[in-house]
Ligand binder design. Sequence first.
Ligand code: ATP
Ligand code: MG
Length: 461
Amino acid sequence: MARPHKRFVCQACGSVSSQWKGQCADCREWNTLVEEAPVTATPFQAKHNLQGGGRTIELVGLDATVALPERTTTGIAELDRALGGGFVEGSATLIGGDPGIGKSTLLLQAAALVAKSGRSVAYVSGEEAADQVRLRALRLGLAGAPVQLASATSTRDILTTLSASRPPDLMVIDSIQTMHSDLIEGAPGTVSQVRASAQELIRFAKERGTALVLVGHVTKDGSIAGPRVLEHMVDTVLSFEGERSHQYRILRALKNRFGGTDEIGVFAMADTGLSEVSNPSALFLTQRDEGVSGTTIFPALEGTRPVLVEVQALVVRLASGATPRRAVVGWDSGRLAMILAVLEARCGLSFSSSEVYLNISGGYRVQDPGADMAVAAALVSALSERPVPPDAVAFGEVALSGEVRPVAHGGLRLKEAGKLGFERALVPAGMAADKGGDRGGMRLSGFANLGRLVDHMLGRG
Ligand SMILES: Nc1ncnc2c1ncn2[C@@H]1O[C@H](COP(=O)(O)OP(=O)(O)OP(=O)(O)O)[C@@H](O)[C@H]1O
Ligand SMILES: [Mg+2]
C-alpha cells in the first residue's frame, strides 16, 4: 500500500501543501501551516472505483412543485428581519462577531423565545458550562424557558443524543470552533476540524429539518475564523457588529440563500440583554448635535455593505500670515487638498488663510471616492458656519473641473440612509434625474457641479 502523503494545511486560508513551510504560499501568513491527517481516498482510487456501489439518481425538471420552506420566527423582529423572515427549517446559519459583542446573549434570547412559543430548542455550548449559561438566562429573565441545554464539544455525542428522540426545531451550537469530530484527527478549531464538525452538524440539520445556528469566532481583521469554505457550507452568514464601548449592535446578513442581504437588525445592549431598536434613526440622529456646522453624513460602502459615517470639518481663520495647517484623520490628505483646490478655483471660496481639519468619526478609514461631496459639504458648512440639515446625507465624486460624478451603488446607499431615518440626500445631478432607480424613500437634490452645491448651501440661488 502506498505511503500516505503528508498534508500541511494553512490555518488562515485552508490551502494545502505537501511540505511544511514557514509562510503560506497562498495567503502569505507566517507560521500557519499545520500537519493534518492524510486523505485516505486518493484521486486514483476514486477514479477507478467509479462504477462501484453508486446509485442512479432521479433528475427532475425546474418546474416540479415545491413547498416554500417553513420559517421559525424568533419573535425578535430585528433578528427575523436580518434573516429575511426567521430561521428556515433544515438550513444552517452562521453568526460571527467580535469576542464579547453579544452573540451568546442574542442566541440565548432567541432560543428562549422560540422555546416559549412551543417549539423544541437545543442549546449546546462548547465554551461555557451549563451553569454559566443558566446564570446568563437568570440575568436575562429567561430561566423559565423550556430550552434543552447541554455543555458538550463532541459532535458525535451531540448528534447521538439528538437522534435518540424527535430532533429539535432549532439547534444552537456555541461555537463551531470548539466542536470536535472524531472522524478526523486534529485539535478543535483547526481548519479541518471546523470543516468536518460543521459538515456533520449541517448534514444532520438538512436530514432532520432542524434549523441550525452556528456561532463563529472572528479573526482580528473581522473575518470568520477557520476555513473560508465554512461560509460556503452554510445557507446564511450573519455578522454581529458594533463598538464594544458603545451600546449599539448591528446584525447584518453577509449571505442569505433564503432572502436578501440588504436588511440589518439593530439592537441596544443592556444588562437585561439585547433590546430591539426599531427606529434606528434615533441611534445616529440623537447623537448628533443639531445645528452644529461642519458635519455631514456620508453613506460609505465597505465592499458591498453600506455604512453611515460622519464627516467632520473644522476651519479656523488665522489672523497672522503663518502657513495654515491641514490635518486629516481617516481620509486621504491628497484628496482633501484637491477638494480645497476645487472649492477655491471653481467656487470662489477661500481657505488659503485658514487652517483646515478633517476627521471621519468612529475611527473609520474612508477610501470610497464617493466621499468627495460629503467632504466638500462639510468644508463649506464649516467655513460658512451654516449647518448641513441633520436629516441629509451626501455623496458623489468630484472631478477637478468641479463636476460632480455619480458613484457606484447609489441606490444601496440611499436605501441604507432611508432605513436609518435620513430623509434627504445631496447627490450627483444624473442620479436625481433618474426617476427609475430605487431611492429608499429619500428626497434627492441633484448637483451637476460643486459650484451649484455651494450656491445651494449658501442660499445664493
Ligand atoms: N452581568 C452583566 N451585566 C451587564 N452586562 C453584561 C453582564 N454580563 C455580560 N454582559 C454583557 O454581555 C456581553 C457578553 O455577551 P456574550 O457573552 O453574549 O458575548 P459573546 O459574543 O458570546 O462573546 P464570546 O465570543 O466571548 O462568547 C458583555 O460584553 C457585556 O456587555
Ligand atoms: Mg459566547
